[in-house]
Design a protein around this ligand. Structure first.
Ligand code: SF4
Length: 225
């Protein structure tokens, strides 16, 4: 036995013989283990997620973005709106759903008694803009989806309003178009999910207004249950 090993053995024997020391040490360690981990508030957790997103380089979209767009809104929102990915104006400002589509979305929300910043959280599945607004690649979806899942767990929305084909396909793991996916209530992470058209799609195709109104009424009735 070398001298280091011998010293360890002597230390162990001393601790065993010194019953008081051992007992005090064990009690101290048990007390430390029973201490709850320092509580991190949900606000802090949400801010931490936003900071992580802002500096994230998990996928290639970090190379081409101007700003990541973590999402914006209140804790315990009645509705969490989930889009696909930032467009050019969102990429420039770092905010979700700005510009014409965002203003139109605000009108939808107001029609069922909701208000951005008041009782809504708004974000996207993909936090950085794909070049030329192309569909996000599967590896980009996989890399970014955990951020949205964390946000849903932290903010705890009552209902998810999923806008657009891509976000509905990703969250529902389906390949149908939004015209087939809408009209039903699904569930994601235990939260009711209503898919509908994207506001920018409705601006281009006014015939989608009626089905969107039906979907918004579905959201309202889920909130009123
Ligand atoms: S898209 Fe998502 S995963 Fe990719 S760099 Fe941006 S924040 Fe990170």
């Amino acid at each position: 036995m070398n001298s280091d090993a011998l010293r360890d053995v002597i230390e162990d024997v001393k601790h065993l013989l010194d019953g008081d020391w051992s007992r005090r040490e064990i009690e101290k360690r048990e007390a430390q283990q029973q201490q709850p981990a320092s509580p991190v508030s949900r606000e802090e957790a949400l801010e931490e997620t936003a900071r992580t997103v802002s500096s994230c380089r998990r996928c290639g979209l970090a190379e081409t973005r101007t700003m990541a767009v973590p999402g914006y809104g209140v804790l315990d929102p009645l509705v969490m709106v989930i889009g696909e990915a930032p467009g050019s104006e969102e990429d420039r400002q770092g905010l979700p759903f700005v510009g014409a589509a965002g203003q139109y979305l605000d009108k939808w929300l107001a029609a069922i008694g909701l208000e951005r910043g008041g009782n809504v959280f708004i974000g996207n599945i993909i936090k950085c803009r794909p070049p030329q607004n192309r569909d996000p690649f599967p590896q980009e979806q996989q890399a970014c989806l955990p951020f949205l899942k964390d946000q849903i767990s932290i903010v705890r929305p009552k209902v998810l309003l999923c806008v657009g084909r891509i976000s509905a396909q990703i969250l529902l793991a389906k390949t149908d178009g939004i015209g087939r996916l809408r009209g039903s209530v699904y569930e994601f992470q235990g939260v009711p999910l209503v898919p509908t058209y994207h506001p920018s799609g409705v601006l281009r195709n006014p015939e989608y207004r009626r089905p969107v109104w039906e979907d918004l009424k579905q959201v309202r009735s889920l909130l009123d249950e």
